[in-house]
Design a protein around this ligand. Sequence first.
Ligand SMILES: Cc1ncc(COP(=O)(O)O)c(C=O)c1O
Length: 447
Amino acid sequence: MEPTRVVLDQEETPKRWYNILADAPTPPPPLNPATRSPVDPGDLARLFPAELIRQEMTNERFVDIPDELRDAYRLLNRPSILQRAVHLERYLRTPAKIYFKREDLSPTGSHKPNTAFAQAYYNREEGVERLVTETGAGQWGSALALAARHFGLQCKVFMVRASYDQKPYRRHVMRLYGADVAASPSEETPFGRSLLEKQPDHPGSLGVAISEALQFVVSDPRSKYALGSVLNHVLLHQTVIGLEAQKQFEQLDLVPDYMVGCVGGGSNFGGFAYPMIGESLRRGGGTTEFVAVEPTAVPSMTQGRYDYDFADTAQMTPLLKMHTLGSDFVPSPIHAGGLRYHGCAPTLSVLVDAGVVKARAVDQLSSFEAGRLFANTEGIIPAPESSHAIRAAIDLALAAKREREPKVIAFNLSGHGLLDLEGYSAFLEGRLPGETALSGSPVPAAS
Ligand SMILES: Cc1ncc(COP(=O)(O)O)c(C=O)c1O
């Protein structure tokens, strides 16, 4: 039997993060909206600790990971397994090899703790007492809640009201880790109050929750803000995923033909693909194609404009040059809550614009079909977000079958879907609107 897992020793947890800014075209700088001049590090000091601001702006290729953080990464099951989806391959009868990185095996069930732990660590080092953030479906909020608990900080989370009401389980997880969770829009900030006054049943959005978290931080000198995606330092921390994957593919003596990841703000895709993209840029080209997958309901990369825009709805943040649908865009309530964001990381936007990364959009029904097929063949119930990447990987494997090419396809399994079962239930009951269904039966063919 051929092994289906590549497991690295704990000692092989990366010692440094990789910074794509050293090799990729530099994105235009964030601008101060009042002056339209580039943001000064001092402008960010109220929100972030100094070391994270330094990491946000540095061009150095590698940034050391402190020993205490590498120690904490063991708690996240780092290095994560690279696994081969042989049962899916057999079902598809494809000559392609499909590999996936298991970010679903962290304690909170996604890749988000890779940066949550880093951010909590640096905040504690600089004497911050409380971290404040927003969360959609709760993956990021639960990651930050655990990280804050681990490093002895308090945690305040503004959770999009629609998810707060419909998806109580991650709210319970956050509270179990000791976080204080408010439904956003809330009565706790001027922006939240102004929205509730106009619309008492306002469902909230990530942009609104970011605005509330920022207003809360600005009013409390003991607090700082933590963001779960989009910013350079967040994607930097996530590169532990891709650095491990690079080693794992080296051990297999394979170079992936495709690296695929889903995109909300871009952090799991960037973390997975940037080390390999950097290598290919340094060599002046490579054979790997990088595929970033978004929902058709939130098509920032495939249909948005590439322009300066705010990262939040109340327009409090610096202007970021990114693929955006507009900071007032309210996405339809798809179950992949973590992909419902109007923009996309500036470092990823510049790579999409340069054609280094290819963007694709997948509709909700097709992504759930892919999620079910993955669950039926590999046994793992993927997060609805990750199912977008799975759908694209399956399409590539079917194309390889048509072309009789033994392609190597790698995707990032950014999280599990065990707390997203309402979405799967709606899917099973035929309540999800959608366009193209995946062909074939959901029950795996005998192999
Ligand atoms: C499981 C999972 N995958 C993907 C995402 C999308 O975010 P990002 O693009 O930053 O990886 C999220 C966001 O919450 C998530 O929870």
